[in-house]
Write a protein that binds this ligand. Sequence first.
Ligand code: PLP
Length: 453
Amino acid sequence: GQGKGKGKGKVTRQDAAAVWHCWNQMEVYLQQMFTVIDDAEGVEMTDQDGKVYLDANSSLWNVNIGHRNQKVIHAITEQFQRLDHASLFLSTNSPAVHLAKKLKEMTGDRYGHVFYTNSGSEATDTAIKIARQYFYNRGETERYKVISLHRGYHGSTLGAISACGIPYDKRAFGPLMPGFFQAVVPDPFDAPEGMTADEWAEVCLEELRLLIEQEGPETVSAFIAEPVQGSEGVCVIPDSYWRGVRELCDRTGILWISDEIATGFGRTGRMFAAEHSGIWPDLMLLAKGITSGYLPLGAVLVPKIVFDEFLGSVKLEREFVHGFTTSGHPVACAAALANIEVIEEEGLVANSAAAGSYLLEGMLALKERFPSIVDVQGKGLLLGIRLAKWTGKSPMTAEWPPAMLAMNFLAKRGLITHAAGTHAVVLAPSLTFTAEHCDRVLQAFAQVLTTLE
Ligand code: PLP
């Protein structure tokens, strides 16, 4: 048969091997998971054989407004007709400026300046370089260390994986950048028996304080963390931890970089996750939902106090020595502006909170029914379901980590999810998800867990 509308026939497994897929064992991918998505609309995707999937992953936690939104597509087309690209090395462009002003307004005028990247990983690397050069420009050349959290994920470039707290992601690439350290993450799931989430957060905070003390605060440039972790399973970090981090960074001068790449733009039920605690970082990383994935874009939000350290005459050589050919791409910025308008006009942040609570409640009810669910955490439409390993009925259950197995079985039932690490399935659908979509997710989980248990 013919692939829909392509006129070139279907993509075969052999063809697909020409593309080296991200984060996949290609042999397993081609044998067991090979899927060609041909089109998508709203929260559904269709493969080349006409099978329809409910996309509970919003592609990769980024299509916040849903697929094929005409307003964004129109904005992209219009911008292409005017200016396809002009590098920020030479000139500025109006979509980039308007987006920067919009982001400033959305974050309560805290961040007056935006550095644009093409991805989240590049935003992480950029922020680390900003932090280091900020101190370099101030003459504090010893301040190079970066502290992050266990199980944290900040991207897959060498700088970003240096900051990652996931050993598996780093093991083949060493030696990584020196000066990177990880502190214990205050995951409520790890709280010792009898300890509340806040008490456990205080213990973790004390460990962070000690680590900084041992390293010497005058050698630490930045602390980087996600407000809600996602890539090794969802971990909702208590607000009390962020209060402690803010106080610690204020006292030591360390720059706090919050990685809101996954949590930004309504994902957790607020426009930015920082709004839950009301405690704001020094630098903020954005990507994913900034354009809802319609075009690649990332951003680092920078306050005046940091930006000003890079000012001065040519002779002083204080300029930020960094940037990408397509930084501030006008079409990507136009897409972001239209995307943000859609999020605001359609009330998607409030829907994320409401649908997220509904889905969380449903998952917690499934946890009571299925012993293989050992933990459920979520905030807005970012949910993690931690699974125990099934005792192998088949070679596949014995060999595959539970997250991958569940993801695969769910996909066969037409539900797209994400395997995070070995034990967690993450759900991060479009913020347009309805109660009916949530019910479909819950049903698919119940069916798959019944099969596997
Ligand atoms: N940081 C977080 C919290 C993420 O979830 C991701 C995305 O997977 C990244 C960074 C990396 O972003 P990207 O894949 O756009 O490089």
